[in-house]
Design a protein around this ligand. Sequence first.
Ligand code: SF4
Length: 441
Amino acid sequence: MFEVYIHVPFCYRRCGYCDFNTYTAVDMGGGASRGNYANLAIDEMSLVKEWQERHGINEPAVSTVFFGGGTPTLLPAQDLGRMLQAVKETWGIENSAEITTEANPDTVDERYLETLAAAGFTRISFGMQSAVPHVLKTLDRTHTPANVTAGVKAANEVGLRSSVDLIYGAPGESMDDWRKSVETAIELEVNHISAYALTVEPITKMGRQIKAGTIAKPDDDDEATKYEIADELFKQAGLEWYEISNWARPGYESRHNLGYWRNVDWAGIGPGAHSHYRTSNVGAWQEHAAFGARDMSEDGFRKTDTPQIEHDVSGNQAELDAEKSMQSDANQFGVRAWDIKHPRKWAEELHTVSVPWEGSEAITHEENLEETVMLGLRLREGLDISRIEQASGCAVNRARLQAIEQSGLIEIHNDNRIVPTLRGRLLNDTVIEQVLDICGW
Ligand code: SF4
């Protein structure tokens, strides 16, 4: 399975809680801009494809494409369509592929969505966040509750499936406010809803307000109660949890996100986007051993403060690092690489005809097993203990696993899968810590 993620790093204004890689017109400067972004992203696709070909990476046709941000729908719908067409021409795309874009509800209308549907989009994910105006204001959102209703209605009319995202725990949000948001989202009759606890990073505007004492910090107990309310109301409405923060009617789960959680390969396009390749898919890697010998930093990572970075058509330093880490260790599971974060610098690097990666790192089998445990314990399909034992060569201590089950955090199913309970979802870090502790590799 192969997925493509396209990051669109533009927003009208930055929401107070947001630490995503996104830029307003004011902090963009020259280089990549909304006007030429699609062309640059399409150029990057060609470079990634060339890089894959040079290394014998033969990916199957793309099964999901996800446009995230930022606000992808700040670009003209035709530009999103052109980027999607370029994905098709570069890698091919499955007939039943899932094609999603995120959208701020005040950036789309029926005509816009009609263009997306005609271009092949199948799904739209609206950043609803809340149905309560004072909560939207606290979150610095530009849309109104009415924009969400209109957006979902327009999406239905043109045949796009809608999902909505909610955020709980904003300062000043009462239990009744949250209940209203959940009920409003359910009334939209969408088939997929995500609900995330507000987390506030110190570097954000909201982080600074909390530090200054002008607004209250989100409260863990308040957020836990809100999670329970959402889970109960979604369940009553026929939406089952399938990942800690995601609920869907059967068959409407986000295939793109499930792919991430199942560790498939994906290409990330755009500033700050991450890519992921498994070593087993890199058929001819050894034929390119010479690449790894040049100009490596001691720890195998690109030194981002190095003033002179060597560029040539065969790749930049991060590419070389990725290649070296893939060759150097028989215990290699795969490699993760990430694009340069700032759009202007990313666009400059793109014009040097190399994949604009900022850095890369090797993923060992142990790290992959750890990630598999962490991700599996977030999913309703759970963690397959037999698979972990087979991959690690170590037996998991059943008595200790049963002790975790008795504490009410997990259920052990007959087919050897462990699935977090509601309490286990609320205390997921504890569950992960305890299970990792007994995995024994
Ligand atoms: S719209 Fe989304 S990406 Fe943009 S600033 Fe707000 S939270 Fe961040």
